[in-house]
Design a protein around this ligand. Structure first.
Ligand code: LIP
Length: 273
């Protein structure tokens, strides 16, 4: 049975989903700002985040919030909700139908609950620490593929990581010798959710932020997968000091190790020191 806190997080994610769906047919009128080079936020991201915080605050008035748009708000040191109200902003603004809402609840530096909601497909991914991962009402598991042969992989090209782009391209070239294909979907949260349910065999990206990955990291782990940095050290959305790893690699236990070997051998891991 879904935990009461997850019910609240789902309600909040659905509220944001409603805001995003309602604004889809006025894309040309949406106010957009470029926060960083090629990193966009819009008035719709902000409204969606406000909808999430409103729902969560009603149930958890003492919680803290870390949102992609609103930054850190509320109490420090206790329950923290990490929110990406719209993961896949560029996709959304182009009318490219692949984006989602991601909410994680963190306590004592560990993600306890995660919710990723894809309003377009009405797909709801949830996970609670120690209780497994679920897509709508069905338990999900990572894929069973043991090596890169025939694998479907995902990656991302973050504008803020352009310095490592040549090393990443070399890595992609190496991977395409054995993998079936590589996708760049534009939503790190959905990339992780797809690894969790076995649609994708592995995913790696540098430059991700805590709100992009917090819920997805828990989903992959609860679905039996492994999440690490490019050199294999276990990683999460942030450490005890609130600092997060720039690199993320996720997959099933065996394939993620094969993927890691190529990331290291191609020189991509070394691009981060
Ligand atoms: C985006 C990610 C995307 C990644 C971008 C960015 P946003 O999040 O999910 O896959 O490559 O760097 O972080 O900005 O759409 O929430």
């Amino acid at each position: 049975m879904q935990k009461p806190v997850v019910n609240v997080m789902v309600k909040a994610a659905r509220a944001a989903g409603g805001v995003l769906l309602r604004n889809m047919n006025r894309l040309d009128a949406i106010n957009v700002i470029e926060k960083d080079r090629l990193d966009y936020a819009s008035e719709v991201d902000e409204q969606a985040e406000q909808a999430v915080v409103k729902e969560l605050r009603r149930a958890f008035p003492d919680a803290g919030f870390l949102g992609e748009e609103g930054g850190a708000q509320g109490r420090k040191g206790g329950t923290l909700f990490v929110i990406d109200p719209l993961d896949g902003t560029s996709n959304y603004l182009h009318g490219f139908p692949h984006w989602c809402v991601s909410i994680a609840m963190v306590e004592q530096g560990e993600v306890q609950h995660g919710v990723i909601f894809d309003p377009l497909r009405n797909e709801l991914f949830t996970a609670s620490r120690g209780s497994g991962a679920v897509l709508n009402d069905r338990r999900i598991r990572v894929s069973e593929r043991k090596d890169l042969n025939g694998a479907m992989l995902g990656t991302g090209f973050a504008p803020r990581e352009r310095a490592s782009a040549p090393a990443q391209l070399e890595c992609v070239r190496e991977l395409l010798r054995s993998a079936e294909d590589i996708r760049r979907t534009g939503s790190a949260a959905l990339d992780l959710a797809y690894v969790a349910c076995g649609r994708s065999d592995g995913y790696f990206e540098a430059g991700v932020k805590p709100w992009d990955i917090a819920a997805g990291v828990l989903l992959v782990r609860e679905a039996g997968g492994r999440v690490s940095d490019f050199k294999g050290a276990a990683t999460g959305p942030m450490d005890a000091r609130g600092i997060h790893s720039r690199q993320l690699l996720a997959g099933n236990q065996k394939l993620s190790i094969e993927l890691q070997k190529v990331i290291v051998q191609s020189g991509y891991a070394a691009a981060f020191g």
